[in-house]
Design a protein around this ligand. Structure first.
Ligand code: AMP
Length: 617
């Protein structure tokens, strides 16, 4: 199985994740210092190209050579991004066609910049696994058009990655929460990051996601929270320390270094206030130290208008999807800013449900990308029971053998049908035993259900035609139906094949099947030889009873001798001897069988004629 990584290529931060085979859970891969987030920032310096944290440190010193938010430019033309230019300190070359960024006397395209971020994540994964990684799933916003998606693919190719799938970010987030398991439902994904806000309404149907509507604000996020808090702090510092500031000639807002320091302090305070009710802010200046106690209420009052601004797009998306808020079944939170308690409260009020927030909102998209990557790589996980049957499903047949109807790893929903018959003359009841596992014998497999098909008309063994149908729906629910076609008698049972099975159990069962495979096959062949011998013995005994007068004495004696030999061999363990003696008995009865067949045909025609006479009267 070749490894495929999942990548969240974000506007502000990017992450790489994979599915841990031991736990079957997706995990992000941290860098050497334990940091999961890689800032999506690339700095072009005379010494070389820097990425992530190292590039971020260049932001203040080299604003024109440090490229960030490049996702906003991916797959766009110059005319498309004119509105963005005022937000970006670096220069965009005015040109036809694709946007180019001017840095350090050269021009680079957005996919090239993104490729630097992707290559850093690829190398991080390669260090983690100690092997080369060549394939990735990359997420994009649901509203990305074809050229933006293509640009993302190109970035992957430049970084030496084959992008096996582009996945919508809200779909990935829903996958991380296992919402693909919903049979039918509507999911709202509320994504509030550092600089962007996206709301997506998705419909899930039998594990397939469909985007119903998207909306948002491309310039609204946690950075705005930082800004309002920073301006408020600047005003407060100014009012308390205006004399010291004036003497030092510091302008808190216009002075780049001071503003940057204040912004970082504001962001840190904001983050702390997501978990604690109040915090103390301390900022040392040259001549004084600023202290301030900030209760959560203060920041909530400041950011309330910004949080309220996200609700308009939510309502619009609902309207576009033709749904009311009460029709949303699940709400998923994505993006670092959804840690803010006020944001959670407002989202919960709007949709009337508690949003999913158990997973880290910064990581949830990357985790979902990893889940998708794992599906594509062919891994089986607990989360994917919907997509494939983890173990084979079948029924027990004569001699305790399993007859498989649906092999493991079959994509579901699926169905299979097979014909069976009875083994005893006059049998009116058939025991149906539904099994799951990779072993040949019923006793070594997991028993899922037993039920009875009764009311079959008494017929000779082998005459009834019992049609067994297995149907697995998209929820992994198995329905087994048995129907005797001559009488129309039917019975059915519904079982949950995956219920209670942990991945380790599944794994052990799969491994066992390899360990025991050879011994199992031998046992199976022996039982099959015995079953065949039993069928032939029964037929010959019946033939001798009904057609003895059609055989010569010598013929009868030869048949009886062969029959005795087979009865003896049948009791032994050598399947080759059983098969040989069965063949010998078949040969000894060939002639008798022929003449009996002729007699039977004549009988059939005669009785038919009698029937016709009856009907015409
Ligand atoms: P993202 O773009 O999803 O990485 O989100 C980044 C934004 O989330 C930044 O504005 C961060 O300040 C914000 N953020 C991260 N952690 C927290 C937190 N604990 N409380 C509030 N905002 C946070």
């Amino acid at each position: 199985m070749s490894r495929i990584i999942g990548i969240d290529l974000g506007t502000t931060n990017s992450l790489v994740a994979y599915v841990d085979e031991k736990t079957n859970l997706p995990r992000v891969i941290p860098d050497e210092r334990g940091r999961a987030l890689l800032p999506s920032i690339v700095a072009f310096t005379p010494e070389g190209i820097l990425v992530g944290e190292a590039a971020r440190r260049q932001l203040v010193r080299r604003p024109r050579a440090t490229v960030y938010s490049v996702k906003r430019l991916m797959g766009r033309g110059f005319d498309d991004v004119k509105g963005e230019l005022r937000y970006l300190p670096f220069a965009i070359a005015p040109a036809d066609g694709i946007v180019k960024i001017q840095v350090e006397g050269r021009e680079v395209t957005p996919p090239e910049v993104s490729a630097v971020v992707l290559r850093a994540l690829k190398e991080r994964a390669e260090r983690h696994f100690g092997e080369a990684i060549e394939q990735a799933v990359i997420t994009v916003p649901a509203y990305f058009n074809d050229s933006q998606r293509q640009a993302t693919r190109d970035a992957g190719r430049i970084a030496g990655l084959d992008v096996v799938r582009i996945v919508n970010e809200p779909t990935a987030a829903s996958l991380a929460y296992g919402l693909d398991r919903l049979k039918r439902g509507v999911v709202a994904v509320y994504d509030l990051g550092g600089g962007t806000f996206d709301i997506s309404i998705l419909r899930v149907n039998e594990g397939i996601f469909e985007v119903l509507a998207t909306n948002g604000d491309t310039h609204l996020g946690g950075d705005d929270f930082d800004r309002v808090l920073m301006l408020w702090l600047a005003e407060d510092i100014q009012s308390h320390h205006h004399r010291e500031l004036a003497q030092a000639g510091v302008d808190l807002v216009r002075d780049a270094d001071a503003a940057q320091e204040l912004r970082l302090a504001a962001e840190a305070a904001k983050m702390r206030l997501s978990t604690v009710e109040r915090t103390t802010l301390t900022i040392p200046f040259a001549d004084f130290t600023y202290h301030r106690d900030i209760p959560r209420d203060d920041i909530e009052r400041l950011i309330a208008p910004l949080v309220a601004k996200t609700l308009g797009p939510c309502r619009q998306a609902l309207k576009d999807a033709g749904l009311g808020a009460s029709e949303i079944d699940e709400v998923v939170l994505v993006g670092g800013s959804t840690r803010v308690p006020l944001v959670r409260r407002r989202v919960q009020e709007l949709f009337g449900r508690v949003p999913h927030s158990q997973l880290n909102p910064d990581e949830v998209v990357a985790l979902g990308a990893a889940v998708q990557a794992h599906i594509l790589a062919g891994g089986i996980t607990d989360m994917l029971l919907l997509d494939v049957t983890p173990l084979s499903l079948g029924i027990e047949t004569l001699g305790g053998i399993v007859s498989v109807l649906i092999p493991r790893n079959t994509t579901i929903p699926t169905s299979a049908r097979e014909m069976f018959t009875t083994s005893v003359d006059g049998q009116t009841v058939v025991d149906m035993h539904v099994l799951q596992g990779e072993r040949e014998l019923a006793k070594d497999c997991r028993s899922l259900a037993r039920f009875e098909l009764s009311g079959i008309d008494p017929m000779p063994a082998g005459m009834p035609r019992i049609e067994v149908t297995f149907l697995i729906d998209a929820n992994g629910l198995l329905t087994t139906t048995a129907k005797e076609l001559r009488t129309g008698k039917a019975a059915a049972i519904e079982v949950k094949p995956t219920y209670g099975l942990s991945e380790t159990e599944v794994q052990r069962m799969v491994e066992d099947s390899f360990t025991y495979a050879e011994a199992d096959v031998e046992t199976r062949l022996l039982i099959e030889a015995r079953n065949e011998a039993d069928t032939v013995i029964t037929h010959v005994e019946r033939a001798l009873r009904q057609g003895a007068h059609l055989a010569t004495d010598a013929e009868r004696r030869a048949i009886e001798a062969a029959l005795a030999k087979l009865r003896q061999a049948r009791g032994g363990d050598d399947r080759h001897v059983i098969i040989e003696t069965t063949t010998a008995l078949n040969r000894a009865t060939e002639h008798l069988a022929e003449v009996m067949m002729d007699a039977a045909l004549r009988g059939a025609i005669q009785s038919r004629r009698a029937d016709e006479i009856m009907e015409s009267q």
